[in-house]
Design a protein around this ligand. Structure first.
Ligand code: HEC
Length: 213
């Protein structure tokens, strides 16, 4: 645009010079000189103006580029924030799963321990019952007078030797005397009186003791 203006001025000057009716070639040349002198600063001005425009255009480009970069940075920031949020969620989920697993394992361990403790308690109860059960040796004390401390005496010269008999046989015989159904040498009633107060557990315990004599 500015260049066109300059060219118009130059052309107009030349036209004016050419229109002079008394002008010769030399005169025309002389007349053109001031026109060129006028055109030169105008051209410089036009160049300067173009440079300014270019500078402005460059400034606009820089501004647009800055905007684009700013936008891209903002988008990148959003993406990072979103990714971080997703990662946080994933970590929280894994942590929850791990917690559940620990709780489950702990519960199983507690159950196993409880079961083991119950088994131990049961065994202990059995052991205590065995230890506190009827004492065969103490129950045999009153029998020793007739059968001998070693169980090898024939009681009142009538009975068989009881030492060496099996616990099962002794149990059956003593239970028979208690029930009044056994009478080997006519002294069954006497034996009934000896074991009348013995419980099944007592009979078992004393039989076990005699069998071990
Ligand atoms: C007063 C003596 C006397 C006492 C005490 C006595 N017994 Fe006897 N026992 C006898 C006589 C007698 C017989 C035989 C009874 C019969 O006629 O069946 C006998 C029989 C037995 C027999 C059967 C033996 C066999 O194989 O035929 C057993 C077992 C026995 N006595 C265990 C005991 C026990 C256990 C006690 C203690 C709780 C005991 N007796 C206390 C006198 C005694």
């Amino acid at each position: 645009m500015k260049k066109l203006t300059v060219l118009s001025i130059v052309a107009a000057s030349l036209l004016l010079v050419g229109c002079g009716d008394s002008a010769t070639g030399a005169e025309a040349k002389a007349a053109a000189k001031p026109a060129v002198e006028t055109a030169a600063p105008a051209a410089a001005e036009a160049t300067k103006s173009a440079a300014t425009e270019a500078k402005e255009a460059a400034a606009v480009v820089v501004e647009k580029t800055t905007e684009a970069v700013t936008e891209t940075v903002a988008e990148a920031k959003d993406a990072v924030v979103e990714t971080a949020a997703t990662a946080t969620e994933a970590v929280a989920e894994v942590a929850t799963e791990a917690k559940d697993a620990v709780v489950e394992t702990a519960t199983a361990a507690v159950e196993t321990t409880t079961e083991a403790a119950s088994a131990v308690a049961e065994k202990a109860t059995e052991a205590v019952a065995a230890a506190t059960g009827p004492d065969g040796k103490a129950l045999y004390a009153k029998c020793a007078g007739c059968h001998g401390a070693d169980g090898k005496t024939a009681a009142l010269g009538k009975s068989a030797v009881i030492a060496g008999q099996t616990a099962a046989d002794l149990e059956t015989k003593i239970a028979g005397y208690k029930a009044g159904t056994l009478n080997v040498a006519g002294m069954g009633a006497l034996m009934k009186g000896q074991v009348a107060t013995y419980s099944d557990e007592d009979i078992k315990a004393v039989s076990g003791y005699i069998a071990g004599l």
